[in-house]
Design a protein around this ligand. Structure first.
Ligand code: VGL
Ligand code: ZN
Length: 202
């Protein structure tokens, strides 16, 4: 059993990121039993939930002539345009029906700012606006994180790099993550995480 100072951070295991979801990650649902089992090893469990208002600026539907999975430049930098997903209050935004949410001490929602996407559980995509998670971890004395969830190359990737930058000892269990893999984004993500000092477990 890990001490309370070492938390399990479960990223965006939501219906829309699983097969048949609006932004389906291939085999996204396969990781759920392993994540539920891993919770038994942790005193501290935190979940994140992608939580967008309808008409969010990261949705391709809001940008005339731009297809889902294309890139645009937003005031805060490059942004992939996504299918509408994880809209607040919809079925697709719910956690996967078999994810054990009972063990969650904290559920951190992100992506609620209509003008800025938030891949990372710590900072929105402007890399400045905080979600509050860093303060929560500090006040609870959590200095170590194991991350699992969806998607490896977006929300897990950005969360892991921000955690490492904050000085948190960070491990990503790649076996309990699945990727979108857009134009080599998985290889880019694993290289960037390694460079940031994140430990990757295959
Ligand atoms: C995610 C794309 C858009 C993720 C969230 O959870 O990785 N990806 N919103
Ligand atoms: Zn999203």
């Amino acid at each position: 059993m890990h001490p309370a100072s070492h938390a399990l951070l479960v990223i965006d295991v939501q219906t829309d990121f699983c097969p048949a979801g609006a932004l389906a990650v291939a085999h996204g649902d396969q990781i759920v039993p392993g994540i539920n089992a891993l919770m038994d090893d942790f005193n501290s469990v935190i979940l994140t939930q992608d939580w967008h208002p309808a008409g969010h600026s990261s949705f391709a539907s809001q940008h005339n002539g731009h297809d889902p999975y294309s890139m645009i430049t937003m005031p805060y930098g490059p942004q992939v345009l996504w299918p509408d997903h994880c809209v607040q209050g919809t079925q697709g935004a719910l956690f996967h029906s078999t994810l054990n949410t009972n063990r969650a001490d904290m559920i951190i929602r992100k992506g609620y700012n209509p003008a800025i996407d938030s891949y990372s559980a710590f900072f929105e995509n402007d890399h400045i606006t905080s979600t509050g998670l860093a303060g929560y971890l500090t006040t609870r004395g959590i200095t170590k994180l194991t991350m699992v969830g969806l998607a490896t190359d977006f929300c897990v990737h950005f969360s892991a790099i921000d955690a490492a930058k904050l000085g948190i000892d960070t491990t990503v269990r790649l076996d309990l993550c699945r990727a979108i893999d857009l134009d080599g984004s998985l290889a880019t993500a694993t290289a960037a995480m390694t460079a940031a000092g994140v430990k990757l477990v295959h």
